[in-house]
Design a protein around this ligand. Structure first.
Ligand SMILES: [Zn+2]
Length: 157
């Protein structure tokens, strides 16, 4: 173990150092210049290990995170560290949150049609209009119309 002792000392550890690096967006998010991980979170590396940036900011500015709890984002920006955008939730809250985020990240899963539009589309499909023809009138793909036809989406309507 010949760890280069002293090297980590240069890493800023204090919240003040990190606050100086934060870039505030128009929506009020605080973003660190660190490159996010593949999952969207920023990990801060300290001499003794690492910690997810938003959890670290929460602990520094709000308080200790209760055991087995997650820190979730109101703003859905995973690399945001603004304590006002963070809340403590359970793992299942976080999963729900992740599912919601996933839908937002994949526009094909997004419900961009209003219920009344879907009802009109159903009527046109019942009149044997083609999906392509109907899709021209709405901000969706033929596939989306097709899946309404197949009842894959909007099953409740
Ligand atoms: Zn935010």
């Amino acid at each position: 173990m010949d760890r280069p002792l002293g090297k980590e000392v240069r890493t800023p550890y204090s919240i003040t150092d990190y606050l100086g690096k934060v870039q505030k967006t128009l929506s009020g998010c605080w973003l660190l210049p660190n490159k996010p991980l593949r999952n969207g979170y920023v990990r801060l590396c300290f001499g003794t290990g690492g910690m997810l940036a938003h959890r670290w900011f929460y602990e520094q500015l709000v308080g200790k995170i209760p055991k087995n709890k997650c820190v979730c984002h109101h703003c859905d920006i995973r690399n945001c560290v603004n304590p006002n955008h963070l809340f403590v939730g359970t793992h299942s809250d976080n999963t729900q949150d992740a599912k919601r985020k996933n839908r937002l990240a994949h526009p094909t899963h997004q419900r961009i049609l209003r219920e009344d539009q879907v009802q009109k589309i159903r009527i046109r499909l019942n009149n044997n209009e083609t999906c392509a023809n109907i899709a021209k009138d709405y901000p969706v793909t033929n596939w989306a119309i097709h899946s309404i036809k197949q009842q894959k989406n909007w099953r409740t309507i």
